[in-house]
Design a protein around this ligand. Structure first.
Ligand SMILES: [Mn+2]
Length: 327
């Protein structure tokens, strides 16, 4: 039995022996976070278990309204009223990224982490972690296959959403043949790929589209075009749906000749959310970690305080990336 089979067996036993689960994920929940938490809740219900999905973020993002269970997600304040026997934490490498929902976690002996990020911190004694997986939703697919629950269209759609989100519609470097196999299976269970893709990638508000245009029109270029930066001040960000702006991170690295793209947005008067995208040479997980964030080699993010002028932090990050480009 290989390492991963043991992880699946242990994870299934963890669930089998407990009831009443807290399910949570990282702050700024994305398509994989929504897909994996809601798929887990749906699956647990089919297994006859109780669960509650709690997010740090509030309110729920409109973009994900089509996902089954979206309306049942609660925020930390509501979650604080409940007691949970156990927790399943999805798509998160460290406690800090869970945000305020981390305060609701039971002791590590009753936590299961399911994730595809490199491990950073021990907060769960039970772990199903595979950095070779494209998405946390892939791992949910694999574990559901090993359980007694049969797939239906709802469950397949939840899993498919995380799969296409984290692979950038099967175009990012994390995309493997396994993702196409799973996608084929999920489609056979009733997923409509064009409907999910339209909901996730092509359903922006008119206002958001204009703001994406503003971001592109004001893109800045550093180091002869090897680093490209899109910066949005708070007064602009406030006018758009946050999840809808995520696509700007991908645009920042879509410039020919670019090595790294940065999408920086002021989430309030004091904090910046920064998304990093690398075309391959630069490990942006390393860069993001220096600013208190993390992620993967090709895609990472961080949230940090806006001290001084926006240009100061921009130049500090550009300098960190330049170090890696020069070696
Ligand atoms: Mn993910």
């Amino acid at each position: 039995m290989d390492r991963y089979e043991k992880q699946y067996t242990d994870a299934l036993r963890f669930i089998d022996e407990r009831d009443n689960f807290l399910i949570t994920t990282h702050i700024n929940a994305d398509g994989d976070a929504y897909g994996s938490t809601l798929a887990t809740a749906y699956w647990l219900q089919a297994l006859g278990k109780r669960s509650t999905v709690v997010f740090h973020d509030s309110p729920r993002e409109e973009k994900y309204r089509f996902l089954r269970g979206w309306g049942d997600i609660i925020d930390c304040q509501q979650g604080a009223a409940s007691q949970f026997d156990a927790a399943i934490v999805l798509d998160v490498p460290n406690r800090k990224r869970i945000g305020d929902a981390a305060d609701l976690l039971p002791p590590a002996a009753h936590c299961l982490k399911i994730d595809h990020h490199p491990e950073e911190e021990h907060f769960a004694d039970f772990r199903l972690v595979d950095t070779g997986a494209s998405s946390t939703c892939q791992l949910i697919y694999e574990i559901v296959c090993r359980s007694t629950v049969a797939f239906d269209t709802e469950l397949a759609t939840l899993i498919f959403s995380g799969l296409i989100y984290d692979t950038g519609r099967f175009s990012f470097s994390n995309t493997r043949s396994r993702d196409f196999e799973i996608a084929a299976q999920l489609t056979a269970y009733g997923v409509r790929p064009n409907e999910v893709a339209t909901r996730l990638f092509f359903s922006n508000s008119y206002q958001t589209m204009k703001i994406i245009g503003y971001g592109l029109a004001n893109m800045e270029s550093f180091l002869d075009g090897r680093i490209n930066v899109i910066y949005l001040p708070h007064e602009i960000v406030a006018q758009a749906g946050q999840a809808d702006l995520d696509e700007l991170a991908n645009y920042s690295s879509a410039v020919r000749g670019g090595e790294v793209g940065l999408f920086m947005r002021e989430i309030d008067g004091e904090h910046l959310k920064i998304s990093f995208r690398s075309r391959g040479r630069v490990d942006v997980n390393r860069v993001a970690r220096q600013f208190g964030g993390g992620g993967h080699v090709h895609a990472a993010g961080c949230r940090c305080r806006l001290q001084g002028k926006p240009d100061d932090i921009k130049m500090r990050i550009v300098a960190e990336i330049a170090k890696q480009l020069d070696t």
